[in-house]
Design a binder for this molecule. Structure first.
Ligand code: AMP
Ligand code: MG
Length: 340
């Protein structure tokens, strides 16, 4: 295996820029582009469309946003009225039937839990809450509290799914599913599905640190996606060429809590019950958004060597590239797919 030294990545920026106001549109030469605020970030969809194709492109993009919004309405962890909130309230008392979308994400998440040896675990809810609370009070959780919360965590053995009935059941009281590590990637996949179904085969969907590019850009070339290099001089970007691939970035560079002056990541190691340390930014390139999203979260927990080992031994991930930056380790690496 050959390794290339690479540098730390923080956030992803499509060349033409990201962010902006909610629902802004900016048609430019042979592109139709729109941005909306959703899923706790800005989502930008760009499609290649001639002047004559603009109305069709506009409709396709609106439909793709609607699809993402429906997923947010089902899975948001910040609201009480979502299907996921209902599952979290009721799934210990009895199996809860869920939508195809929610079922698909939970089913996939259990597979990711197995493939990452438990590093990716959507049942981290009790631990996420414990550490969020600690961030608010400024007081670290006691060991006993962490130990107790851990008894309610375990996607592989404490979550029961019924593929026929599409039901979810908790085997332990007060479990809680948190889809924050995968829902955005899944939503981007579904937006891409809508665009393709409407004949838009050259497009980019970007949701915060998650970008999928399909087909080619307006010049018939591969899409260029800039990934911000957090540890280089201000404003430095690494440029990636993407075609039918997704890149996702996880890290504590923008989401963390501070307790006693120390910074704690929003990503929890489900094996210890504590926030991960030393992984400041991890980027993963994969064939689909859900895989890149889940694995970028998991790789933050696993560290470069273990994540690489697990990705390499599983044929399902042969197209994945891991871009990893370890802040405290003081190095970062780029693993090209042919070296897997
Ligand atoms: P991401 O930014 O994609 O890495 O997702 C981080 C979010 O996923 C956190 O804010 C939590 O909601 C959730 N999360 C935290 N730790 C884990 C974990 N080990 N496995 C799965 N989801 C997690
Ligand atoms: Mg993720």
């Amino acid at each position: 295996m050959k390794r290339f030294v690479f540098f730390a990545f923080a956030s992803l920026v499509l060349l033409s820029g990201c962010g902006g106001k909610s629902a802004t549109t900016a048609p430019s030469s042979n592109l139709y582009k729109a941005t909306k605020e959703m899923m706790g970030t800005f989502v930008t969809i760009t499609v290649v469309a001639t002047d004559a194709e603009q109305p069709k492109a506009q409709q396709a993009v609106a439909n793709a946003f609607d699809r993402m919004r429906r997923i947010e309405d089902l899975m948001s962890i910040h609201r009480d009225d979502t299907e996921l909130a209902h599952v979290n309230r009721e799934a210990f008392a009895a199996p809860v039937r869920v939508s195809d979308d929610t079922y698909e994400v939970i089913r996939a998440s259990i597979q990711f839990a197995k493939d990452t040896e438990g590093a990716f675990d959507i049942t981290v809810g009790p631990l996420v809450k414990l550490w969020e609370e600690a961030g608010k009070t400024g007081k670290l959780p006691a060991d006993a509290e962490i130990k107790e919360a851990l008894t309610r965590v375990g996607a592989v053995d404490k979550l029961k799914l019924d593929d026929k009935e599409k039901t979810v059941r908790f085997m332990v009281r007060d479990m809680s599913i948190d889809l924050g590590g995968i829902a955005k990637g899944y939503a981007v996949d579904k937006a891409i599905e809508v665009l393709r179904a409407e004949g838009m085969n050259n497009a980019v969907v970007q949701a915060g640190g998650q970008v999928t590019a399909i087909g080619r850009n307006a010049d018939g070339k591969k899409w260029l996606v800039d990934v911000r290099n957090f540890f280089r001089a201000n404003g430095h970007f690494e440029r990636l060429e993407l075609e039918n691939m997704d890149v996702a970035t996880s890290g504590d560079y923008e989401r963390f809590v501070t307790i006693d002056g120390r910074r704690y990541s929003h990503i929890i190691d489900p094996r210890t019950g504590r926030p991960v340390e030393g992984a400041s930014s991890v980027s993963i390139i994969a064939k689909d958004g859900a895989t890149a999203d889940a694995w970028s979260t998991a790789a933050s927990v696993l560290g470069f060597n273990k994540a690489t080992e697990l990705l390499r031994k599983n044929d399902r991930y042969k197209d994945c590239q891991l871009l990893f930056a370890g802040c405290t380790q003081g190095f970062s690496d780029y693993l090209a797919p042919e070296n897997n």
